[in-house]
Design a protein around this ligand. Structure first.
Ligand code: 6GU
Length: 378
């Protein structure tokens, strides 16, 4: 992936890009980083990049024409790249955004300064705006590094074991606590559960700890990551009829749903297709394969079942209400999609353009439900 950073402080990036994860990624050729000096696109002899604001007030505003030339050069150097303006006014960077950006062919990170950038840059020249949190930095440079690090570690071959990306904090709430030798230090013990070598016990302990600290420290994440209790059931009919290659479409859908929406468990009920073929990497994603929808739904009787409807119908729940139901659920939620609504299910409205029985419609629906901003259509 080609990443081009446009900045008035080109030397800011010198030390960190050669080090650690980003250094390794560059060395291996997984990312190529170009630093571009915004001042090179100024036209006067003082290389002026800002001017006083219309309407008065403190601070200077970065000039639209200078950014226009810099971004045009970047689009030429990195065809197809997504152009991102770093600004506290942007959408908040989160793990789903990092995953989404890691799938772009290239990125252009435009470092604004906090006093401001002429609004026409945001309106006409970039594809999106990102912020890294609710605090003010003097410039977008530190934010660009944060974005770059978060995105780069999603690229294959950057983080050593695929597994460490799978178990990252935020993929499904906060991470479990980790320990290494010695077993006791100044009387501080490591948990006995981790030392016994019983893998099932270790897994159970880690899952429980992760869930406990997520709900204590980050109830906001816990609601979304209702995690180990939100299950998505893909019912076969509509889907198999709608697509020519059900195996790979379902697999893509399943992987993305678990990754981007932090569904900790996804259940696929596709009796008519070869499920082994569908989910070669199922074990990585905690995907369960169940023989028939009836079997699953019988087991799930005590759960709330929300059916994502193919067609708009009366009495459908809007996405905000579905989110509320999921967050409030105590004993688990099953989302079903693809066939007719199971008995007793709440029915939710897709209200989406295009055929609602296509996997992309499901992804768009989940985007709305779980707050991922953009639908990946490639
Ligand atoms: Cl992207 N830029 C600046 N200047 N401040 C920020 C930010 C970005 N994200 C949070 N604060």
């Amino acid at each position: 992936m080609l990443v081009r950073i446009i900045t008035i402080f080109p030397t800011f990036f010198d030390s960190c890009l050669g080090e650690g994860l980003l250094g390794k990624a560059a060395e291996r050729g997984v990312v190529e980083i170009q630093i571009d000096d915004l001042r090179a696109y100024a036209t006067d002899k003082h290389h002026t990049v800002d001017d006083v604001p219309y309407g008065g007030g403190p601070g200077m505003v970065m000039k639209v024409d200078v950014w226009d030339r810099a971004i045009a050069a970047a689009r030429k150097a990195a065809p197809g790249a997504r152009v991102v303006l770093l600004t506290p006014q942007g959408d908040r960077l989160d793990e789903a955004a990092a995953v989404r950006l890691s799938r772009e062919p290239g990125l252009v990170l435009c470092c604004g300064r906090y006093e401001g950038v002429d609004e026409r840059v945001a309106d006409h020249l970039v594809n999106e705006q990102l912020s890294i949190g609710d605090y003010v930095l003097t410039g977008g440079e530190a934010a660009a590094l944060v974005v770059l690090d978060a995105v780069a570690r999603k690229l294959p071959g950057v983080v050593g074991r695929a597994e460490s990306v799978e178990t990252d904090t935020f993929t499904a709430g906060l991470k479990f606590p980790q320990y290494t030798r010695p077993p006791t230090y100044r009387g501080w013990e490591t948990p006995a559960e981790l030392r016994g070598g019983n893998h099932a016990r270790i897994e159970a302990w880690r899952r429980a700890e992760a869930r406990r600290r997520t709900s204590r420290r980050r109830p906001d994440l816990a609601a979304l990551a209702a995690a180990h209790s939100v299950r998505l059931v893909l019912l076969e009919r509509a889907m198999a009829a709608a697509i020519s290659d059900p195996q790979s479409a379902i697999a893509a859908c399943a992987m993305r749903a678990v990754e981007a929406y932090r569904l900790a468990q996804l259940v696929v009920c596709v009796p008519d297709v070869d499920t082994r073929q569908v989910l070669r990497n199922a074990h990585l994603y905690d995907v369960r394969i169940v023989a028939s929808p009836e079997q699953l739904l019988a087991r799930a009787k005590h759960e709330t079942v929300i059916h994502l409807a193919d067609q708009p119908e009366a009495d459908q729940l809007p996405p905000a209400e579905v989110r509320r139901v999921i967050a409030a659920a105590r004993s688990g939620i099953t989302l079903t999609w693809g066939g007719p609504a199971p008995d007793g299910a709440l029915v939710a409205a897709p209200a989406l353009p295009g055929p609602a029985d296509h996997p992309l419609a499901l992804m768009a629906w989940l985007d709305r439900l779980f707050g991922t901003r953009e639908l990946q259509t490639e």
